[in-house]
Ligand binder design. Sequence first.
Ligand code: ATP
Length: 253
Amino acid sequence: MKLMDVRVTGLNVWIGDKHILKGISFKAHPGTVTAIMGPSGSGKSTLIRVINRLIDLIPEARVTGEVWINNMNVLKEDPYVIRRYTGMVFQEPNPFPHMTIYENVAIGPRLHGLAKSKKELDKIVEWALKMAHLWDEVKDRLNDYPHQLSGGQRQRLSLARALALKPRVLLLDEPTANIDPVSTVKIEKSIVEYASEEMATVIIVTHTPQQAARISDQILFIYEGRVIEYGPTKEIVLRPRHELTKKFLGGEV
Ligand SMILES: Nc1ncnc2c1ncn2[C@@H]1O[C@H](COP(=O)(O)OP(=O)(O)OP(=O)(O)O)[C@@H](O)[C@H]1O
């Protein structure tokens, strides 16, 4: 399997005349989970959207600095190439409503020619649904539609759809913000397992320090577009150095 790290150096983003991200630098490594943590409006979603070039969808956005995924220069590369290696899960579950559970997961591998036969495709679908801890609940109803699932199950389906392409870099933007506790536990488990079993580089946006503490290896704490603290999760959670980090961990900012 190909290992891909993510390296961000001196990243600045403006949207219109608003300076959203201010000199962000960090590295995320294969086999680990990086949590981008910070209060609402600090720029977390914008940061993750630069990494897979979704930022291109905002015409008034301007980006400077460098982002590398291995030897791919993300800001210069064709976004379709970048997206072949990066998977994304959004805050709101977004399975394709008119496709069955099976089709939602199978569509990516089929379009990318990852399976030579129906049997192989079935195997990928089963693997992805198992990885997302959804298989046991849907294995007898793969021809049902997403609206027949709970919100938490729909989010696990969105995760399975992303995993089916075995992205080397998995990006998640507050994937459990609106999800029930049982599905949250399962999604958190999937994230940690996917990083370690597939040696993928996982970057998750979260505004809860508890989630960052549970699943991440390192934390990037950003506040008003700047990196305030960056380091191993244990150090940041147990021995925060910056006053703002202490306040954030204490629920004050
Ligand atoms: N398309 C856009 N047009 C204009 N401003 C935007 C756009 N997207 C984001 N912003 C602004 O950029 C800033 C950072 O937003 P961003 O969504 O990245 O923060 P966040 O930390 O992810 O917040 P939240 O936790 O609430 O999702 C905010 O001030 C927001 O208003």
